[in-house]
Design a protein around this ligand. Structure first.
Ligand code: NAP
Length: 214
């Protein structure tokens, strides 16, 4: 099984770490402040190790990017270009702006013409970004228990990296659906906005997307 370096210490990082450990991956979680994860790790993810962003990135054959969207480029810089080059980066991040949602609709700091993942791909051209896990709540990322299998939309420029990401996605109980190259993140990232509306409006956070086909 592959080793995974997770950049992030929030709910997404924690849920994916637990899921990856459950399915036999080796996991190192990277953060600027390891002390805030010590207690959680001892209770819920004892098999994982903790480190800095650069230690986690160096450790992982595959990297999971699970940081605040506005800090993603900085976190990858701290991870070290030498530690991420040539590797798959499973990018869970969303470009959520600091402004409050309007009638439950989040604001993004990106435009319709360029997604966050494209910005990151440009800034780190030797890494292989795959958008995934961005448009569902962290509680449903691993072993989702919906009435049928939900669809995880992914995209990225490298076929092998998308296959690696899909292997994790399908192991976790999702149907992976490849929407194509990095530009498709312009459509996949805003699914986060749609996903959040029932949450902000009616406090309903227990749903996921499914692509219906003939
Ligand atoms: N929460 C969800 O259910 C959910 C679902 C789908 C997608 N997402 C997306 O997944 C990503 C992670 O979400 P989250 O809720 O787990 O965590 P979050 O609160 O959005 O982000 C926390 C992480 O961001 C890092 N960070 C914040 N400011 C930073 C800075 N100035 N420099 C470097 N790193 C910084 C923190 O690093 P330290 O560890 O060093 O403090 C921490 O690891 C986000 O982009 C979010 O939009 C979230």
């Amino acid at each position: 099984m592959s080793s995974i370096g997770i950049l992030g210490s929030g709910n997404v990082a924690k849920e994916l770490a637990k899921g990856l450990l459950k399915y036999g991956y080796e996991v190192k979680i990277g953060t600027r402040d390891q002390s805030k994860l010590e207690e959680w790790k001892s209770k819920e993810a004892n098999g994982a190790t903790l480190g800095s962003f650069s230690e986690a990135a160096a450790f992982g054959e595959i990297i999971v990017l699970a940081v605040k969207g506005s800090a993603a480029e900085k976190a990858l810089t701290l991870a070290g270009v030498e530690n991420i080059s040539g590797k798959t980066i499973v990018d869970t991040s969303n470009p959520i702006a600091d402004a409050e949602p309007v009638n439950g609709v989040l604001n993004f700091f990106t435009t319709y013409d360029e997604s966050l993942m494209e910005q990151l791909q440009k800034a780190f051209p030797d890494a292989y970004f795959v958008k995934a896990f961005n448009s569902v709540g962290s509680a449903f990322m691993v072993d989702p228990s919906f009435e049928s299998k939900p669809t995880m939309f992914i995209c990225g420029n490298d076929q092998i990296s998308k296959r690696e990401a899909c292997q994790i996605i399908e192991t976790f109980g999702w149907e992976g659906y490849d929407m194509g190259s990095a530009e498709a993140a312009r459509a996949i990232e805003p699914l986060c906005i749609l996903w959040c509306i029932p949450g902000f409006r009616d406090n309903k956070w227990s749903h996921a997307f499914k692509l219906l086909k003939l």
